[in-house]
Ligand binder design. Structure first.
Ligand SMILES: [Zn+2]
Length: 167
């Protein structure tokens, strides 16, 4: 009687564990010289999109893994919202991605590394969280309001529009 065959080696790319796929996407980011963060979007048990950091390779400061995954998932779903989806990311989302996630409205978010872990490798987004807490006049980025009445014209036109898509 021969010994039972060993199970085949499991490739992270072959598993259906979403966080493992997010880790694989993070490794891809690292291989391309990017901060190693990866994300996947899952719906009904299916991986519908994978994203990874591509900030420096695309000269796009918004191309974080979560934003990349959200953009791709919304294209797949032909929707501006991720109804019934779960987002898995290898790291706790930064404030920008967290905002994008709230706008996309997935059902749940799962993450592995914490923002403290990210800060420890030089990817410190805590300062943005700190800035949000401050009054405008105390922030490091100068912001000044003007021409409000002029801008309100297009807001009023939108408010009056009968066939608009709210979100
Ligand atoms: Zn981010």
């Amino acid at each position: 009687m021969s010994a039972p065959a060993s199970p085949p080696p499991v490739s992270p790319e072959a598993t259906d564990d979403p966080l493992s796929l997010a880790f694989a996407a993070a490794r891809r980011a690292a291989a391309e010289g990017e901060v190693p963060v990866g994300a996947v979007v899952v719906k009904d048990g299916q991986i519908i999109a994978r994203g990874f950091n591509q900030v420096t390779s695309t000269n796009d400061p918004t191309c974080h893994a979560e934003v990349d995954a959200i953009r791709k998932a919304c294209q797949v779903l032909a929707s501006h919202q991720l109804d019934g989806c779960d987002l898995y990311t290898s790291c706790e989302p930064c404030p920008m991605c967290l905002g994008a996630i709230y706008w996309a409205r997935p059902a749940r978010v799962f993450y592995a590394n914490t923002k403290a872990d990210a800060a420890a490798i030089g990817f410190d987004d805590q300062f943005i969280y700190d800035e949000i807490e401050k009054p405008l006049a105390q922030r490091s980025l100068p912001m000044q309001q003007f021409l409000r009445d002029e801008a309100l014209v297009s807001f009023q036109a939108w408010a009056d529009k009968q066939d608009r898509t709210d979100y």
